[in-house]
Design a protein around this ligand. Sequence first.
Ligand code: FES
Length: 79
Amino acid sequence: MSVKIRFLPDDVVVVAEVGEPLLEVASRAGVEIPTGCLMGSCHACEVEIDGGAIICSCITAVPPGKTQMTVNLNFDPIW
Ligand code: FES
């Protein structure tokens, strides 16, 4: 099952597979997500998904049940 992933603000679209790590999808798309610990604790790698949830991309894979997803690297942190 493949999912179309759009990265903002660069507006790059790639096709990814469910379960593919988000950082791998990003690097395939030529999009650089800043990272630090790669363990889900430093939050350097946070991105916004579909204009809502903020997630750590280092511990996130492409979820099932979607045909497309927007990943925004340039969101306004609430804190
Ligand atoms: S790199 Fe530290 S939380 Fe993802």
